[in-house]
Write a protein that binds this ligand. Structure first.
Ligand SMILES: N[C@@H](CCC(=O)N[C@@H](CS)C(=O)NCC(=O)O)C(=O)O
Length: 219
């Protein structure tokens, strides 16, 4: 029997993307919570040599890096497909996924969402206002570019949700919980509507921070 295990922590946007992909596929899976403070020690460091989450295990096959996991899941669980067949649409999906990793998370999500949401909630930290302010020019550039690429489409690569939408939604959902989202979303109504559309999907509803925390408690 096929066993899919996701090693993650509640509140991880990358972890949520993997869980939401499994939900879209209606796959049966198990969350194995990684205790905070143990990511850089054994056994987790053996699963992920860079000490991060998520990690996917499929019948003993271990995989880290969310893009690799999302593409793997789309190949081993082909229905419903989450990669467009059209090469140009697939290229847009890939492009948006790389924007997520290189520009949206690095320097935007891992600063603004960290200081406003994760740090205070998990570590009891006070937001670093200087760091947040310094991240805003990049945050504006990324949100404006995502809105430009989205244009009038329903999803980043056309009419149907793809891996790109599932990777980006958890990151933007975090940003949308911060006061910075007001200026970042101003003039980007299509991005706000897209986020509402994504948050209404059962896969995103099933993988909120609270729902993943419940899964972790039950594990
Ligand atoms: N490139 C990795 C990024 C994973 C990542 O940064 N995960 C965050 C949580 S969302 C993490 O583990 N942070 C812990 C740390 O940096 O110590 C991926 O795509 O999976």
């Amino acid at each position: 029997m096929s066993e899919l295990v996701v090693y993650s922590i509640p509140g991880s946007p990358f972890g949520r993307a993997v869980l939401a992909t499994l939900e879209e596929k209606r796959a049966s899976y198990r969350l194995s919570p990684v205790a905070p403070g143990t990511m850089r020690s054994e056994p987790h460091i053996l699963r992920h040599p860079f000490g991060r989450v998520p990690v996917l295990e499929h019948n003993g096959f271990m995989l880290y890096e969310s893009q690799a996991m999302l593409r793997y899941l789309d190949r081993v669980l082909p229905a419903p497909p989450l990669t467009p067949a059209d090469p140009k649409a697939a290229a847009r999906m890939d492009q948006a996924m790389n924007i997520n990793d290189w520009y949206l998370f690095q320097g935007v999500g891992n600063v603004i969402a960290f200081h406003r949401v994760v740090g205070p909630r998990v570590l009891g930290l006070t937001p670093d206002e200087e760091a947040i302010a310094a991240a805003m020019p990049k945050a504006h550039a990324v949100c404006n570019e995502l809105a430009r690429l989205l244009g009038r489409q329903r999803y980043f690569a056309g009419d149907g949700a793809t891996l790109a939408d599932l990777l980006i939604a958890p990151q933007l959902d975090f940003l949308a919980q911060t006061p910075e989202w007001v200026p970042l979303s101003a003039g980007n109504r299509n991005l706000v509507d897209w986020l509402e559309r994504m948050n209404a999907r059962p896969s995103l509803k099933a993988t909120t921070w609270e729902r993943v925390a419940d899964m972790a408690k039950a594990a």
